[in-house]
Design a protein around this ligand. Sequence first.
Ligand SMILES: [Zn+2]
Length: 67
Amino acid sequence: MASDRFCLTCGVPLESDDIALYMKLISRMDRRFVCLDCLGRRLNCERDTLEKLIAYYRQSGRCVLFR
Ligand SMILES: [Zn+2]
């Protein structure tokens, strides 16, 4: 299971928020994840945008992935 906690693309350790956002934006079925930088590259957006999205989901309290 330990390998699940590293970015599939660049290998950096992942925060639980990185994984939660990946599940939210890409797929909940995936078992391997990428970090915010690589996710941003894939989605063609800034890491900053993704961090704001995480903050938004956390504050809204509606998403079970961000608790
Ligand atoms: Zn990465």
